[in-house]
Design a protein. Structure first.
Length: 183
Protein backbone atom coordinates (compact mmCIF):
# COMPACT_ATOMS: atom_id res chain seq x y z
CA UNK A 1 0.00 0.00 0.00
CA UNK A 2 1.12 3.43 -0.80
CA UNK A 3 0.94 6.31 1.58
CA UNK A 4 -1.72 8.84 0.71
CA UNK A 5 -0.49 12.19 -0.56
CA UNK A 6 0.32 14.56 2.27
CA UNK A 7 -2.53 16.89 3.12
CA UNK A 8 -1.81 20.60 3.25
CA UNK A 9 -1.73 22.05 6.69
CA UNK A 10 -4.91 23.90 7.66
CA UNK A 11 -4.52 27.67 7.45
CA UNK A 12 -3.69 29.34 10.69
CA UNK A 13 -6.62 31.29 12.06
CA UNK A 14 -6.16 35.03 11.83
CA UNK A 15 -5.60 36.60 15.23
CA UNK A 16 -8.40 38.98 16.31
CA UNK A 17 -7.85 42.64 15.49
CA UNK A 18 -7.07 44.79 18.47
CA UNK A 19 -7.65 48.50 18.39
CA UNK A 20 -4.71 50.56 19.50
CA UNK A 21 -4.65 54.17 20.60
CA UNK A 22 -3.96 55.30 17.00
CA UNK A 23 -7.26 53.85 15.76
CA UNK A 24 -9.22 55.47 18.60
CA UNK A 25 -7.49 58.79 17.92
CA UNK A 26 -8.33 58.55 14.19
CA UNK A 27 -11.98 57.87 15.05
CA UNK A 28 -12.12 60.87 17.41
CA UNK A 29 -10.47 63.17 14.83
CA UNK A 30 -12.90 62.00 12.10
CA UNK A 31 -15.90 62.61 14.37
CA UNK A 32 -14.57 66.06 15.27
CA UNK A 33 -14.05 66.99 11.61
CA UNK A 34 -17.57 65.87 10.67
CA UNK A 35 -19.02 67.87 13.57
CA UNK A 36 -17.07 71.02 12.63
CA UNK A 37 -18.10 70.69 8.97
CA UNK A 38 -21.74 70.29 10.00
CA UNK A 39 -21.62 73.26 12.39
CA UNK A 40 -19.73 75.73 10.22
CA UNK A 41 -19.61 74.67 6.56
CA UNK A 42 -22.56 72.57 5.34
CA UNK A 43 -25.98 71.52 6.51
CA UNK A 44 -28.98 69.73 5.14
CA UNK A 45 -32.47 71.20 4.82
CA UNK A 46 -35.75 69.80 3.53
CA UNK A 47 -37.89 71.85 1.15
CA UNK A 48 -41.40 72.21 2.52
CA UNK A 49 -44.15 73.72 0.45
CA UNK A 50 -44.46 74.60 -3.23
CA UNK A 51 -42.96 78.11 -3.19
CA UNK A 52 -39.80 77.11 -5.10
CA UNK A 53 -41.41 74.90 -7.77
CA UNK A 54 -40.32 73.91 -10.36
CA UNK A 55 -36.66 74.33 -9.32
CA UNK A 56 -37.22 72.61 -5.97
CA UNK A 57 -40.06 70.28 -5.02
CA UNK A 58 -41.59 69.71 -1.57
CA UNK A 59 -39.62 66.92 0.11
CA UNK A 60 -36.33 67.64 -1.71
CA UNK A 61 -33.30 67.37 0.58
CA UNK A 62 -30.80 70.12 -0.21
CA UNK A 63 -27.17 70.50 0.79
CA UNK A 64 -26.59 74.06 2.00
CA UNK A 65 -23.19 75.79 1.97
CA UNK A 66 -23.16 77.93 5.11
CA UNK A 67 -20.10 79.99 4.20
CA UNK A 68 -21.74 81.19 0.97
CA UNK A 69 -23.96 83.87 2.54
CA UNK A 70 -24.92 85.50 5.81
CA UNK A 71 -22.77 86.92 8.58
CA UNK A 72 -22.05 89.97 6.44
CA UNK A 73 -21.41 88.02 3.22
CA UNK A 74 -23.72 89.30 0.52
CA UNK A 75 -25.31 86.63 -1.71
CA UNK A 76 -25.38 86.79 -5.49
CA UNK A 77 -28.55 87.83 -7.28
CA UNK A 78 -30.65 84.78 -8.33
CA UNK A 79 -28.88 82.44 -5.91
CA UNK A 80 -31.13 80.10 -3.93
CA UNK A 81 -30.70 80.58 -0.19
CA UNK A 82 -32.09 79.24 3.06
CA UNK A 83 -33.20 81.69 5.70
CA UNK A 84 -34.88 81.93 9.06
CA UNK A 85 -38.54 82.86 8.60
CA UNK A 86 -39.26 86.40 9.75
CA UNK A 87 -42.62 85.16 11.10
CA UNK A 88 -41.48 82.00 12.91
CA UNK A 89 -37.78 81.71 13.91
CA UNK A 90 -38.17 77.91 14.17
CA UNK A 91 -39.01 77.66 10.46
CA UNK A 92 -36.36 77.52 7.72
CA UNK A 93 -37.39 78.78 4.26
CA UNK A 94 -35.85 78.36 0.81
CA UNK A 95 -36.06 81.38 -1.52
CA UNK A 96 -34.28 83.04 -4.46
CA UNK A 97 -32.43 86.34 -4.00
CA UNK A 98 -34.07 88.97 -6.20
CA UNK A 99 -32.77 92.23 -4.81
CA UNK A 100 -29.47 93.20 -3.23
CA UNK A 101 -28.67 96.16 -0.97
CA UNK A 102 -29.31 99.40 -2.83
CA UNK A 103 -31.69 97.87 -5.40
CA UNK A 104 -35.13 99.29 -6.09
CA UNK A 105 -37.93 96.70 -6.42
CA UNK A 106 -41.18 97.59 -8.16
CA UNK A 107 -44.17 95.68 -9.54
CA UNK A 108 -45.69 96.31 -12.95
CA UNK A 109 -48.56 94.03 -13.89
CA UNK A 110 -47.25 90.48 -13.52
CA UNK A 111 -43.59 91.55 -13.53
CA UNK A 112 -41.12 92.24 -10.74
CA UNK A 113 -38.75 95.00 -11.79
CA UNK A 114 -35.31 95.16 -10.20
CA UNK A 115 -33.76 98.55 -10.89
CA UNK A 116 -36.23 98.90 -13.79
CA UNK A 117 -35.32 95.54 -15.38
CA UNK A 118 -37.93 92.73 -15.40
CA UNK A 119 -36.92 89.80 -13.22
CA UNK A 120 -39.70 87.45 -14.28
CA UNK A 121 -43.23 86.59 -13.24
CA UNK A 122 -44.16 87.99 -9.87
CA UNK A 123 -47.46 86.31 -9.19
CA UNK A 124 -49.21 89.63 -8.71
CA UNK A 125 -52.55 89.72 -10.52
CA UNK A 126 -52.41 90.94 -14.13
CA UNK A 127 -53.74 94.45 -14.52
CA UNK A 128 -52.27 95.74 -11.27
CA UNK A 129 -50.48 99.01 -12.01
CA UNK A 130 -47.05 100.07 -10.90
CA UNK A 131 -46.56 99.36 -7.25
CA UNK A 132 -44.71 101.76 -5.08
CA UNK A 133 -40.96 101.28 -5.39
CA UNK A 134 -39.35 99.44 -2.49
CA UNK A 135 -35.74 100.25 -1.64
CA UNK A 136 -33.55 97.39 -0.36
CA UNK A 137 -31.57 98.93 2.53
CA UNK A 138 -27.93 98.14 3.31
CA UNK A 139 -27.50 94.81 5.06
CA UNK A 140 -30.73 93.42 3.55
CA UNK A 141 -31.86 91.36 0.53
CA UNK A 142 -35.20 90.94 -1.22
CA UNK A 143 -36.12 87.24 -1.57
CA UNK A 144 -38.80 85.65 -3.75
CA UNK A 145 -40.18 82.19 -4.31
CA UNK A 146 -40.00 80.86 -7.88
CA UNK A 147 -43.67 79.83 -7.72
CA UNK A 148 -44.80 83.35 -6.93
CA UNK A 149 -48.50 82.50 -7.05
CA UNK A 150 -47.96 80.24 -4.02
CA UNK A 151 -45.11 81.91 -2.14
CA UNK A 152 -44.88 84.08 0.92
CA UNK A 153 -41.74 86.16 0.57
CA UNK A 154 -40.33 89.69 0.70
CA UNK A 155 -43.39 90.95 -1.17
CA UNK A 156 -45.24 90.17 2.06
CA UNK A 157 -42.62 90.90 4.75
CA UNK A 158 -40.25 93.32 3.03
CA UNK A 159 -36.48 92.97 2.72
CA UNK A 160 -34.71 90.40 4.93
CA UNK A 161 -31.56 91.04 6.95
CA UNK A 162 -28.54 89.30 5.43
CA UNK A 163 -27.81 87.90 8.88
CA UNK A 164 -31.08 85.90 8.64
CA UNK A 165 -29.63 83.94 5.71
CA UNK A 166 -28.33 80.51 6.70
CA UNK A 167 -26.59 79.45 3.50
CA UNK A 168 -26.65 78.92 -0.23
CA UNK A 169 -28.50 75.84 -1.51
CA UNK A 170 -26.09 73.90 -3.74
CA UNK A 171 -27.36 70.39 -4.37
CA UNK A 172 -30.51 68.28 -4.20
CA UNK A 173 -29.36 64.89 -2.89
CA UNK A 174 -32.69 63.16 -2.18
CA UNK A 175 -34.92 61.72 -3.54
CA UNK A 176 -32.63 59.81 -5.92
CA UNK A 177 -34.60 60.80 -9.04
CA UNK A 178 -34.08 64.50 -8.28
CA UNK A 179 -30.34 64.52 -7.57
CA UNK A 180 -28.66 67.54 -9.15
CA UNK A 181 -27.35 71.05 -8.69
CA UNK A 182 -29.75 73.77 -7.55
CA UNK A 183 -30.22 76.27 -10.38
Amino acid sequence: MSDPAPQPAPPHPRPPYHWGWQQYLALVVAALLVTLLRLYVVESDIVSGPSMEPALQPGDYVLVYKLGVGNGREPERNSVVTLVSPLDPREILVKRVGGLPGDVIQYQGDQVLVNGVPMGRSGTPPGVGMGLPEYVPPGHVFVLGDNREDSEDSRDWGPIKITALRGKALLVYLPPGRIGLVR
